[in-house]
Ligand binder design. Sequence first.
Ligand code: PLP
Length: 440
Amino acid sequence: MPKIVSNAALAARASAVIPGGHLSPSRRLGHPYVFVRASGAHLYDADGNAHVDFHCGFGANVLGHCHPAVAARIREVGDRIDLVGAGMMDLEVEAAEALVAAIPCAEQVAFCSSGSEATYHALRLARAATGRTKIIKFQGGYHGWHDYVAMNVQSAAGAIGDYDPISAGILADAARHTIVLRYNDAEAVEACLKARGHEVAAIIIEPIAHNVGSVIADRAFLEALRRMTREHGVVLIFDEVITGFRHALGGYQSLVGVTPDLATFGKAAASGYPLGLVAGRRDLLERVGRGGDGAVFMGGTFNGTPASLAALLATLDELRKPDTYRRLFELGDYLRRQLDGIFQRTGVEAQAAGFGSVWLPYFFKGDYRCYEDLLANDDRLDLAFRQAMVARRYISQPLPLKRLYLSLSHTRALVDEALDDMETILRDLARAPKAKPALV
Ligand SMILES: Cc1ncc(COP(=O)(O)O)c(C=O)c1O
């Protein structure tokens, strides 16, 4: 008997053995697509359908799926070495040198396996160095799943200004050391530091708040954070898990010209392979490299695993090629311009947002500088648009405010085809009665 492999059969098996049939609710598409192959800008499901990938592995796949240079480097390294976990490996030295050369704040780097680990370690380091306990994050920022920061991302209007955890089971005692302030609001930070600066170990910020789409921190705001954190002896951490390498080889810090004390990277760093890292000041990072008083434990069996370092080195080689970022930014700008044209033609109250290869529609008109401004978004329409896109096999998270991505494998022709479909979807939505789409 041939084994039946189809979307429906695999999805049924998944729901029996995996909670909810998905690794997390944020992976749920509302269709039983089960992917069996990925190449460039496309995903292929078990029924043999091709999908255009605007999700890009939560942004990790900046080069496109199964990029030949990444695959070849991993094969080559895999034949030579796998996890050692003792002493050093040549790959670690090569990767760290390349990162120190590329990232403005990086005097040293330390590897881990994910973005959440990187932010966890950066915050622990800041607490150890300052001897203080509090941290400041901003409403709308996501810095991973751990208890220090897993709160106040896409909060409901009534929950803003309050402790708003994203999960049950979070230790409230850990969370109460986190102060949540408004993004782009230097006065709020100043007031907080004046009152409690002596308690604050770190400010952690996404320099572009991509976890609620694309809200860009004003340069003046980042400069103010830099000045105030110096004055109050607070460690400034840029969480570049999304912005790092996707927008520039030196991270967003290299574009905006503000250098933090520490920066965390992940996702696109190794184009599809698990890798996180903390980069920053030598006097801070040296604590993870020594024993004794004030030493910081940054353990992890898989830290610096060769397959991920090989992927990182191959990704850096590709991203270093001339024109890489020009291509990503030109395609992103083109998509946003065309999408705005579609909004005008269809009369849908919306605007294209994003930066470089990160893009999304916001379903409201007007300025936005912080999460609170995004409460104007028409979530009903946003959801309906995204669900219709997924039904037409354009993959992204069907959830309001979530970012979409382009990779170096997406072409203008592919984007044009997608834009035609977006126009059809938006025309239909503009005509449709205002029924409430169900959350998938
Ligand atoms: C800005 C930011 N920081 C940290 C993380 C956590 O990274 P990971 O999912 O690799 O743990 C994410 C993940 O989306 C992120 O967007």
